[in-house]
Design a protein around this ligand. Structure first.
Ligand SMILES: [Zn+2]
Length: 212
């Protein structure tokens, strides 16, 4: 089974993708993870990401292609997370999949309104130990301090409000046409992202289990 998962920043897409891939034994192909690896070695990628900008198509497409080459992808299937983000990327992906005779079952869209998404992201706080919190939805026991290790909590630079607004504007501009693209090919599956994490997981699981 092969799926794409789409959603604005703050939709909980990364968490859902990881859990869904785990449940169905698919390979979770996250461009976010790929970028974080590249960020260490690539200054251009690092600068673009810190400013909430998109990495150019050519760089992303090559990166994803490289990962699609791996053998277990064909056996296990994939869940693409963070790609494609533009119609051009989607067209390139179609070409790659077709050349490998890989069929895509569907495109899962976690739908969340703008203001709700901003509220979710701006309140996020993380710790160096990997724990994450939310100032209103999941606050630590002691203000600004990690429950697990006592470390000082901080906000990721791309979770700051101005960067979030920029990320969302980029998403709207680039991804809206992409949604229309998949609507036309009849592969788009709407998921109600206003529900809590468990409910969203159940919605997606049921779509995949029913082969939608
Ligand atoms: Zn910690």
């Amino acid at each position: 089974m092969n799926y794409i998962i789409l959603g604005p920043p703050g939709a909980g897409k990364g968490t859902q993708a990881k859990n869904i891939a785990g449940k169905f034994g698919m390979v979770h192909l996250s461009t976010g993870d790929m970028f974080r690896e590249e960020k260490e070695s690539d200054e251009v990628v690092s600068k673009l990401l810190s400013a909430g900008q998109l990495v150019p198509d050519e760089i992303v497409v090559n990166m994803v292609k490289k990962h699609l080459e791996k053998d277990d992808i064909i056996k296990k299937g994939f869940l693409l997370d963070g790609f494609p983000r533009t119609v051009k990327q989607a067209e390139e992906l179609d070409v790659v999949l077709k050349s490998k005779n890989i069929k895509m079952e569907g495109v899962l869209l976690i739908d969340v309104p703008f203001e709700e998404a901003v509220k979710r992201i701006v309140g996020r706080r993380i710790c160096v130990c990997g724990a994450s919190y939310h100032m209103t939805l999941l606050p630590p026991k002691e203000d600004g301090k990690c429950d697990r290790c006592g470390g000082k909590l901080f906000q990721r630079s791309d979770d700051k409000e101005n960067v979030v607004r920029e990320r969302f504007a980029v998403y709207e501009r680039q991804t809206k046409p992409l949604i229309e693209y998949y609507e036309k090919s009849d592969t788009l599956i709407y998921i109600n992202g206003l529900k809590d994490e468990k409910d969203v997981f159940a919605q997606i699981s049921s779509c995949i289990a029913n082969g939608l």
